[in-house]
Design a protein around this ligand. Structure first.
Ligand SMILES: Nc1nc2c(ncn2[C@@H]2O[C@H](COP(=O)(O)OP(=O)(O)OP(=O)(O)O)[C@@H](O)[C@H]2O)c(=O)[nH]1
Ligand SMILES: [Zn+2]
Length: 197
């Protein structure tokens, strides 16, 4: 997707606000009532914020704190990373926790960079499966570790507030590379994210 510069971003924000005003009217609202006067611009800003991941580079974030570390060859796990995303089918939120593990080969990254990568991919229109794969691919391609695994547990508002209306269902997705192809390695990760809270 093309990167927007600041000027285009502001122009798009104005255009979005105009459209949201029309949308409010089409929903049967009185667009001139006091509570709604600023709503179109608020929604425009909120939607640009919730999709700002398109304008950020996750690999650059990982590389910004990438260190050579030849000796540590065990799993590094960052678990319980809260995220909020929007499903691309309904543009309704889905949110939950991401758990990420990798086994370094030559490089490690600053720990905070993993949740930053999760956020960059989450702040786009997504499906949970693709979010899972993109995080995995970005870490694999940038750090070139011996393996990476991503598990995401999420609730989808499009399944809770509407549609099938199942309030307690949780969707789990996972994807992995390298050493995580071994069931034992996956088990170790799954045990570590379940326990020790
Ligand atoms: N695989 C996958 N499906 C998703 C995700 N988010 C939403 N969906 C599903 O996308 C599907 C879209 O199906 P459609 O039948 O075209 O849409 P719909 O008529 O609104 O479907 P219902 O939600 O069943 O009412 C639904 O089954 C949603 O539950 C996601 O992250 N991954
Ligand atoms: Zn949906």
């Amino acid at each position: 997707m093309e990167k927007l510069n600041d000027e285009q971003l502001l122009q798009n924000r104005d255009a979005l606000a105009t459209h949201y005003q029309e949308i409010l009217g089409l929903l049967g609202e009185d667009v001139n009532r006091e509570g709604l006067i600023k709503t179109p611009m608020r929604v425009a800003k909120a939607m640009q914020y919730l999709t700002k991941g398109y304008r950020e580079d996750p690999a650059a974030v990982l590389r910004s704190a990438m260190f050579e570390e030849e000796d540590y060859k065990q799993m590094v796990i960052v678990k319980d990373i809260d995220f909020f995303s929007l499903c691309e089918h309904h543009m309704l939120p889905f949110f939950g926790k991401a758990h990420v593990a990798y086994i370094p080969k030559k490089y490690i990254t600053g720990l905070s960079k993993i949740p930053r990568v999760v956020d960059i991919f989450a702040r786009r229109l997504q499906i949970q499966e693709r979010l899972t794969m993109q995080i995995k691919d970005c870490i694999q391609q940038t750090l070139d570790p011996l393996g990476v695994m991503v598990v995401i547990e999420a609730q989808h508002m499009c399944m809770q507030m509407r549609g099938v209306e199942k309030q307690n269902s949780l969707t789990t997705t996972s994807d992995f590379t390298g050493f995580f192809q071994q069931a034992k390695t996956r088990e170790e990760f799954m045990n570590l994210i379940k326990n020790n809270r």
